[in-house]
Write a protein that binds this ligand. Structure first.
Ligand code: ATP
Length: 384
């Protein structure tokens, strides 16, 4: 979703500038740079231990950065000299485990962060945010009398009540079962969007990261690998790691010569700006970009099938022994052992890698700008 957000102001809701944090030998955050506009919803994803929670804890003021600065709605929250305590930061928190006070009613839980607000105004605000999450009728209940999804909506209401500049959500849906998860996610995202709230949401789920975020932050080993629109992160990954982490990806050694990208399965595409070069790269191919057709002459073989519900993932071994994966619809099922010709699907604009980084110009810089042009129609590229 990339809809423009109302309530947007020109002051970023959040700015991280060179933020670093170590725990002994572990670099949990390394020179993080990130600017989030008011009203934006940004998702953060990366392998376990890559520093996602550390980033949120630094923003919330639960950790001090070793270096760099954090600015929330134009106010310095942390830098070399200053450190604002968590309760003074305009940040709301929503965790996986809801973290509601069990001995307080829903209404009192939501009122908790409003202790400096006059009583009448506090009551009004509690009623308002509970209405927003459609739980006004449950204000007198205790947390244990609510479902998991309702508890998470209360946690969101509590986070929103003091009108924070940014809400940090740390895997807010991961304790919910699959069915409930989708519903609660839709509810929470709708509330964030309706209220124009800026959000930073950590998730382990790639589909969630891509579908919920206006932009996606991909982290690895304490550093940000890429911050981009969801479609860019998926279709134009900046690194080999992002390509393989955000969805299935296979890599084949390839060569660009006279603006033609070729690899073991034949001509992949043209690369217009690479006219004068002769370079080795790797090409990234995702299963939906790999087309198959039975061909008794081909040395490529289907080695196994994986039923993925919406499609059948075919694992193919090429003549070199390298493997590729190809999505096929249900009615197409090539049994293991079937010889198949392998081509790149029409319209594919593949990512090229030099080493571990994506390149859009020849690595040696000898030619002009270059993005592989998509293939207008299938090119006969039987793997031999
Ligand atoms: N208080 C701490 N003391 C020492 N090491 C820590 C501390 N907190 C985090 N770490 C380490 O810092 C690194 C980043 O941890 P962090 O919890 O931020 O990762 P994460 O991406 O949120 O992981 P997960 O997805 O598993 O929750 C890890 O190596 C972790 O072991």
């Amino acid at each position: 979703m990339t809809s423009p957000r109302h309530g947007a102001s020109s002051i970023p809701a959040l700015e991280l500038d060179g933020v670093s944090r170590r725990y002994g030998k572990v670099a949990a955050a390394t020179s993080l740079d990130l600017t989030i506009g008011a009203g934006e919803l940004v998702t953060v994803i990366g392998p376990s231990g890559c520093g996602k929670s550390t980033m949120l804890r630094l923003i919330a003021g639960l950790e001090r950065p070793d270096a760099g600065s954090i600015t929330i709605a134009g106010e310095t929250a942390a830098d070399r000299r200053r450190f604002q305590q968590p309760e003074r930061r305009r940040v709301g928190l929503v965790f996986q485990d809801h973290a509601l006070f069990p001995n307080l009613t829903v209404g009192k839980n939501v009122a908790f962060g409003l202790n400096r607000t006059p009583a009448r105004e506090r009551e009004k605000r509690v009623a308002e945010v509970l209405e927003l999450v459609r739980l006004g009728h449950l204000a007198a209940r205790y947390p244990h009398e609510l479902s998991g999804g309702e508890q998470q909506r209360v946690a969101l209401a509590r986070a929103l009540a003091p009108r924070p500049a940014v809400v940090l959500l740390d895997e807010p849906f991961s304790s919910l079962d699959e069915t409930l998860r989708g519903r609660v996610r839709a509810d929470v995202v709708a509330v964030l969007r309706e209220t124009g709230t800026t959000g930073l949401l950590v998730t382990h789920d790639q589909t969630e990261a891509l579908s919920v975020g206006d932009r996606v932050v991909v982290m690895r080993d304490g550093a940000i690998e890429q911050v981009d629109l969801p479609e860019k992160v998926f279709e134009q990954p900046a690194t080999r790691f992002v390509a393989s982490f955000m969805g299935d990806a296979d890599f084949l050694p390839a060569h660009v010569h006279n603006a033609l990208l070729t690899c073991e399965i034949g001509v992949v595409s043209t690369v217009p700006g690479w006219a004068n070069c002769d370079v080795d790269v790797d090409v990234v191919l995702r299963p939906h970009e790999v087309a198959l057709s039975p061909d008794p002459q081909s040395p490529a073989r289907v080695v196994s099938l994986e039923y993925r519900g919406a499609f059948l993932l075919h694992h193919i071994r090429l003549a070199s022994g390298r493997t590729l994966r190809s999505w096929q619809p249900h009615q197409v099922r090539y049994a293991p052992g079937t010889p198949v010709s392998v081509t790149v699907a029409a319209g594919t604009t593949p990512t090229l890698l030099a080493g571990d980084r994506a390149v859009t110009a020849p690595p040696n810089g000898t030619a002009g700008p270059a993005t592989p042009s998509s293939i207008p129609s299938p090119i006969a590229t039987t793997s031999r």
